[in-house]
Write a protein that binds this ligand. Sequence first.
Ligand code: SAH
Ligand code: AVI
Length: 321
Amino acid sequence: MTHQTPTPRVLTLLTEDWAAQALAEDVRRALATSPHILSPRWLYDSCGSALFEAITRLEPYYPFRAERQLLADHAAELLAVACPDAVVELGAGSSEKTRQLLDAAEGLEHFMALDVSASAIGDALPGLAQRYPSLSLSGVVGDFSEHLHATVVGERRMVVFLGGTVGNFYPDERRDFFRAVAESLRPAESLLLGVDLVKEPRRLVAAYDDPQGVTAAFNKNVLAVVNRALDADFDLRDWSHVARWDAEHQRMALSLVPSTAQRVRVKSLDIEVQFEAGEALHTEISTKFRLPALQDELRGCGLAPTRVVTDGDVALVLATR
Ligand code: SAH
Ligand code: AVI
């Protein structure tokens, strides 16, 4: 008799209609205000998710490898403190690194992956189901700033948020997120947060501006997303990827900048906007952290750090309510 792996359940909270509507509102706001700032969530259509996977394999993009190694080295210790029966991963992507945790976890019953990208969830779950046949697996196509309520599973969750994705929030969004996580944790549940640390700007810029142009393609893909969803006419050939270190805010700032003046039409919103040469469309920030300030910030939001592990480049912080 052949053993059949059960198909993981997927709950879709972000319908295509909702996404189109939210993108329309975000683009309308970004183009009407200066500076022009888009939410980074639009970077992750199926093409963007695949390009992010390619970024994780690039030599200069150290955070992925460093965090995977840190998880491998400390999974048992972190799990011994948290004792979860469920792991819930926010912004899960491929969940590749999370396997370090799942491999080391004893007594784990549930794994739930939440991601805004339906393709990331759809691509990751079958491989996880093969590898962990005894786990109850589920996926949520949702937004980690809006749908934490949909992640209640098991009795004692470890909510994991890896890859430095928390650095993609602006400070006020980050505080709202930490507070919402603190409120959603039941007593004894924990948050495992992976962050990238402040380091030499040369290494940071190299990680976000690779010579093969993969990060540039990832960034520029958002223009293709807007063109397709809103019938806009951004000409990708006229826009360049810019990655600079913003020392004042301790973050990488990614933007798209036109080489010559551009008149962009967004037909489905019935708007036209003029970009001057060099006028940026800001697509993503990637904040880098110092551990003492981060721990203070977590405490101020109702999250008490209980373990911190680091290799000096990236860190994992375990926190409870
Ligand atoms: N956790 C993985 C992937 C990081 S890439 C890792 O550490 O390698 C960031 C992930 O967050 C992507 O999979 C992207 O689709 C997802 N994401 C971005 N914005 C999101 C949002 N608002 N809500 C949920 N997921 C989001
Ligand atoms: C997902 N996020 C944490 C990545 C980062 O490093 O900020 C996204 C990324 N953007 C460009 N390269 C990687």
